[in-house]
Design a protein around this ligand. Structure first.
Ligand code: TLP
Length: 351
């Protein structure tokens, strides 16, 4: 099976497995796990922040960050297709008691001129906006990258109003490799950033939340409340350290493979895609003109050994990652071409 459903599906490398087996561990709730401590120090350093916290998932990292920056009954502003809004089971409402103020964008990238008119100020009828959340890269926007000038403007305007900015940087290393901007510079003015070890970086489990010492001390308590005090988590952190050391340099390959897939898909009957829109490891394309629903398209591909998910009833998402080679991409394209050709033949027969 060639699994293009997500970069969450990667399996740990031999080096990761070895490091996990040999990891020095202790009880992390007592902060006595040396491997977790090293990972947290390294993540803080990479992000240029005072401190970082190892959390089991990206969802938990985002949940804690939103809780840190808000109080019940406030609003969090984000793009209308954000992961925190669409894919985290309304955790933001459940745990933090907030509403989302969703702003529609072309490709997931918010600008200050879109944010400013949507901000709500406290008043007799309005709950205030207290947090802006930026997703970088933007998953459902197609792996799009925030331009640095846009982030900088959002941060300075937001902070001037006493509000906070969180970055859901699940794939921030993809953003960094694509833009050539170091992670620490991307998040220089961001209050908290979450990034995932378990996505494009290829570790089996874990995400990091980075920010000020005060924020991360508080975050540690929320993590415990959420059941995320993981004890001898050095076993997992060991793989995370390898991921931070080795994986960023490999991401350019995933981006090349994604561009290759997009340019080949663009020539297939029934598929619509703008290959120029592909910036990182995510490719979104529309299959509605094949006459198949995305569920049917997925099923046809599965028969042919390729796993791809739909993100709605018209569009599919392909994600490249460590466990997908150029040959795998070629085989996946063959399978997609076959499905498209069958649809064209069936349509010709009907006509
Ligand atoms: N994304 C997953 C699915 O949940 C959609 C995927 O396959 O892409 N932020 C962003 C931008 C994400 O893409 C994800 C996971 C998360 C947060 C949550 O991370 P986890 O799955 O570790 O909770």
């Amino acid at each position: 099976m060639i699994d293009l459903r997500s970069d969450t599906v990667t399996r740990p490398s031999e080096r990761m497995r070895k490091a996990m087996a040999e990891a020095e561990v202790g009880d992390d709730v007592y902060r006595e796990d040396p491997t977790v401590n090293r990972l947290e120090e390294r993540a803080a350093e990479i992000c240029g922040k005072e401190a970082a916290l190892f959390v089991p998932t990206g969802t938990m990292g985002n949940t804690i960050a939103i809780k840190l920056h808000t109080r019940h009954g406030e609003e969090v502003l984000c793009d209308s297709r954000s992961h925190i809004l669409d894919w985290e089971l309304s955790m933001l409402a459940w745990f933090s008691g907030c509403l989302v103020r969703a702003v529609q964008t072309q490709d997931g990238i918010l600008t200050w001129s879109q944010i400013e008119p949507a901000l709500r100020r406290f008043g007799p009828h309005n709950a205030p906006t207290t947090l802006i959340s930026l997703e970088n890269t933007h998953n459902m926007g197609g792996g799009t990258v925030y331009p640095q000038t846009v982030i900088d403007e959002i941060c300075s305007e937001t902070h001037a109003r006493g509000l906070k900015v969180h970055m859901d940087g699940a794939r921030i290393f993809n953003a960094s490799i694509a833009s050539g901007v170091p992670v620490a510079r991307i998040v220089r003015d961001i209050d908290t950033v979450m990034f995932c070890l378990s996505k494009a970086l290829g570790a089996p489990v874990g995400s990091m939340l980075a920010g000020s010492i005060a924020a991360i001390e508080q975050a540690r308590l929320y993590r415990k409340r959420l059941g995320g005090g993981m004890r001898q988590a050095g076993i997992l952190a060991a793989a995370g350290l390898i991921a931070l050391q080795e994986s960023p340099a490999r991401l350019a390959l995933d981006h090349e493979n994604a561009r290759f897939l997009a340019s080949e898909l663009a020539g297939m009957p029934g598929i619509s895609i703008d290959p120029a829109a592909v910036q990182t490891n995510i490719v979104i394309f529309n299959v509605s003109e094949t006459g198949l629903s995305t569920a049917e398209f997925s099923a046809e591909l599965k028969h042919r050994g390729v796993l791809v998910n739909g993100i709605d009833d018209r569009r599919m998402r392909v994600v490249t990652h460590f466990d997908v080679s150029r040959e795998d991409c070629e085989r996946a394209l063959q399978a997609i071409a076959e499905v498209c050709a069958n649809c064209t033949a069936a349509a010709a027969q009907r006509a």
